[in-house]
Write a new protein. Structure first.
Length: 242
């Protein structure tokens, strides 16, 4: 009786669901998962483009610096200098915030739904699944470091504005720059490996005969992005980029 009373009191103090369609969708579990899938897709597209751009470092300083200059002139003459980047940045920030908030709220909801541990041992989850939460935190902290390192130059020992090739070499000439980047990129790879497949299932792409293909695609995508990003610090460390 006491337990039922507490549950009733808790439900009575629970805030009512939002009245708007968008609010109700966000309030639901499937809505949060959909928000994570869509924002994850936005960030994944950015990562692919970013990796391709990073690989230009292997073609020398003129190629890399020219690419960085081109990014600032996209849309010219309709858009002014760097307008495209300033349009893209808020979109990425919004995607990261929505993705993180939805993940946190889903995690809290999952814990609240089963506050008592399982009576029987379940099949162990994959390493990527078990590390999704702390992997997301590592990636978020890395983004802050990455901006301070190669965008503002705050933590770069010899930052030169408008010379990304030089700044990249300086970053990966330090042991801590390599360590931070490598750990973060491994976390990104694990996050993509699990997240891509989960997002595809949420958006209805899964099904009999397609699940295996989705798993292979997520594994391949995670591998390509991880190797592509890690190629840059490895290239500096081995002298291919200097």
């Amino acid at each position: 009786m006491a337990v039922a009373t507490k549950e009733r009191a808790r439900s009575e103090h629970r805030p009512p669901p939002p009245s708007s369609t968008l609010g109700r969708m966000w309030h639901s579990t499937i809505g949060k998962k959909t928000a994570m899938a869509v924002t994850g897709a936005i960030m994944l597209l950015y990562l692919v483009a970013h990796m391709v751009g990073n690989l230009k470092v292997f073609f020398g300083p003129d190629e890399m610096n020219g690419y960085a200059h081109w990014l600032r002139t996209i849309g010219d003459p309709v858009l002014h200098h760097e307008w495209f980047l300033w349009i893209m940045r808020p979109v990425l920030v919004a995607a990261v915030v929505v993705h993180g908030v939805a993940a946190y709220q889903l995690s809290r909801r999952d814990l609240a739904a089963r506050p008592v541990g399982y009576a029987h041992r379940r099949r162990p989850a994959s390493y990527a699944t078990r590390t999704m939460r702390w992997g997301g935190v590592i990636v978020a902290l890395f983004v802050v470091w990455h901006l301070l390192d190669l965008t503002t130059g705050t933590v770069n020992p010899d930052f030169r504005s408008g010379e990304p090739y030089h700044n990249i070499v300086e970053t990966f000439s330090t042991w801590y720059g390599n360590a931070i980047y490598i750990v973060a990129m491994l976390a990104v790879g694990l996050h993509i490996r699990h997240g891509f497949n989960s997002a595809a299932q949420t958006l209805g792409a899964g099904g009999r005969g397609r699940d295996r293909a989705l798993r292979l695609t997520s594994n391949a995508l995670a591998l390509v992005l991880t190797v592509g990003f890690l190629a840059v610090p490895v290239g500096v460390m081995t002298g291919l980029v200097d």
